[in-house]
Design a protein around this ligand. Structure first.
Ligand SMILES: *Cc1c(COP(=O)(O)O)cnc(C)c1O
Length: 330
């Protein structure tokens, strides 16, 4: 398997929204899309996406992780961009049909099939900066992906950015292209200047998240992360880890905290990033005002490892799915 996101299954799912209705979806051989250069998405970023995984267990069947919740997050993203909202049943069946069609291509855990539903505005109008796209294309890509931790579980180094925001208050919880464009410049600059992996965006000191992952502080008996608001993306991995942490006896504190508090907390606590691609990744150090602050010994912490394993065991079929997070296909 190539680098994450560079290899694709030979089919994709696609549906169109025109004349106020969704067409029925079809599974087709993967092909380039043909679009008018005036398509709304090219000019006004009318686009949103989802990302989640399906696992193929020893019984040969696939299990899609938290499908209904990802579908509903996609609907919220579409609504916030005033794009046509895909019907939940339409999108869920596109994903399930695609997984069924490609089931033989899903590698065994810890590898998986990454699924990428994408919605784009296709209205042909370059004078529509302040008007929504009334036409859209919805497609789902499938991409076999390997184990993120195959090279051993290295820790991440983050730059603590206490001025700039990753996104805006109105689109922070929308999975839309423009947010990644906004985070790209600061992230590249931080990589070059400090050799960090990611930027932890903490506008005015409010610890939010990195460019594409949520941020959690984890102690021996508590887990701390920002409460849900519109400034950051509501990760499903974050939600799952918090539930499993509570089950494992941790106190779950969803509360706002500042950079100053964070620097105090990491004297005794671990830190981690959560997201679909890497599940729960340990953070080994923070760079703040030019100074590097090691977290513990800089290596992965036991609480982070324990919670990551608790989630992966469910995804891989090694622990019971008590929350009903998995949708079976095949
Ligand atoms: C997708 C994403 C996450 C993680 O969400 P998961 O549902 O856990 O994969 C976190 N932050 C941002 C900005 C994201 O785009």
């Amino acid at each position: 398997m190539g680098q994450f996101g560079t290899e694709f299954c030979d089919h994709f799912a696609i549906a169109r929204f025109e004349n106020n209705t969704w067409s029925s979806a079809s599974i087709e051989p993967l092909r380039p899309l043909s679009m008018h250069p005036a398509s709304h998405v090219f000019h006004y970023s009318s686009t949103c996406f989802e990302g989640f995984k399906a696992y193929r267990w020893g019984d040969g069947k696939a299990r899609i992780y938290r499908l209904p919740e990802h579908v509903s997050r996609m609907q919220k993203s579409a609504a916030s961009l005033h794009l046509p909202i895909p019907d939940a049943e339409l999108l869920a069946s596109m994903v399930k049909d695609l997984v069924a069609a490609q089931i033989e291509d899903i590698p065994a855990p810890p590898s998986s099939l990454y699924l990428r539903p994408t919605l784009i505005g296709t209205l042909e109008n370059i004078g529509a900066a302040a008007a929504p796209s009334s036409e859209a294309t919805l497609f789902v890509l499938a991409s076999p992906v390997g184990d993120y931790f195959a090279g051993g579980s290295a820790t991440l180094k983050l730059l603590v950015e206490d001025q700039r925001a990753r996104s805006t208050e109105q689109l922070g919880s929308t999975k839309t292209g423009g947010n990644y464009a906004a985070a790209l410049g600061p992230t590249l600059a931080a990589k070059e200047q400090y050799g960090v992996d990611q930027v932890l965006f903490c506008p005015n000191g409010d610890v939010q998240e990195t460019g594409a992952a949520n941020f959690l502080v984890i102690g021996d008996d508590e887990i701390i992360t920002k409460p849900l608001d519109t400034t950051f993306l509501h990760g499903m991995t974050r939600d799952s880890i918090l539930k499993l942490a509570a089950d494992n006896g941790y106190t779950v504190s969803e509360r706002n905290f500042t950079v100053d508090e964070l620097l105090e907390l990491v004297k005794t606590h671990e830190a981690a990033l959560s997201g679909t691609a890497a599940c729960l990744s340990p953070v080994g150090s923070l760079v703040y005002h030019g100074k590097e602050i090691k977290i513990r010994d800089g290596g992965p912490g036991p609480n982070t490892e324990k919670l990551r394993k608790a989630l992966q065991d469910i995804q891989y079929g090694l622990a019971p799915d008590t929350y009903g997070w998995l949708t079976e296909v095949g």
